[in-house]
Design a protein. Sequence first.
Length: 266
Amino acid sequence: MSSGDKKIKQKIDELTYGYKNKTQFFVDKLAQGVATIAAAFYPKPVILRFSDFKSNEYANLIGGKEFEPKEDNPMIGWRGASRYYSENYRDAFALECKAIKKVRKEMGLANLIVMVPFCRTVEEGKRVLAEMKKNGLERGKNGLGVYVMCEIPSNVILADDFSEIFDGFSIGTNDLTQLTLGLDRDSELVSHIYDERNMAVKKLVGLVISKAKKNNRKIGICGEAASIPEFARFLVHCGIDSVSVAPDATIKTTLTVLNEEKRLKK
């Protein structure tokens, strides 16, 4: 064992003190964190997005460099749904599923809904659902709802098909904007073009909301866009079910939504 590996092992041993089974430490800690949020809002539904780190982000975790590939553009690389059924990651995904199962079954917090991020194709969605089922999380069983992030143009174009295998959507405006406008939001060279209010982005958002409504699927939005007053008003006009914003924008956005809803009812 190299000196670097010894340091990593020592760090892990320190963090997991008292646990002979290191994977159980991960499951317990994740379950405790998720349960804290789910319990705070019980019995109202709480949506949990599965992990969506990019390869460069995983590489920065303890021991991560030993396992992660080096990608030129991790933003559109091995992330989200594509990891969950991969031979190189499915064991880690199984631990996430185990933690969620513990929260829902052992802790009784069945208000927890799970959400699949960065799901590029319907076929990929089916593979993830199959992987979840193998790990004790079956869509519809014991009331388990499974949502999908809508952050890729294909999610909008094929929203009717995604509606057949998922119970709801959450629009991720950050990724949807960069993939619609064909830019890297981490690049300062093109950051001036990045704008969620671009008409192309708004048309996709409006379209997927209408498709979700048609298929009787819940649809919300996350990302920074909803905290922009004019965009929030646009979302209300489109019939969005829910919006997610940062804590510092909660009051402002709530008032914007309420005022727009009142205006539409007149």
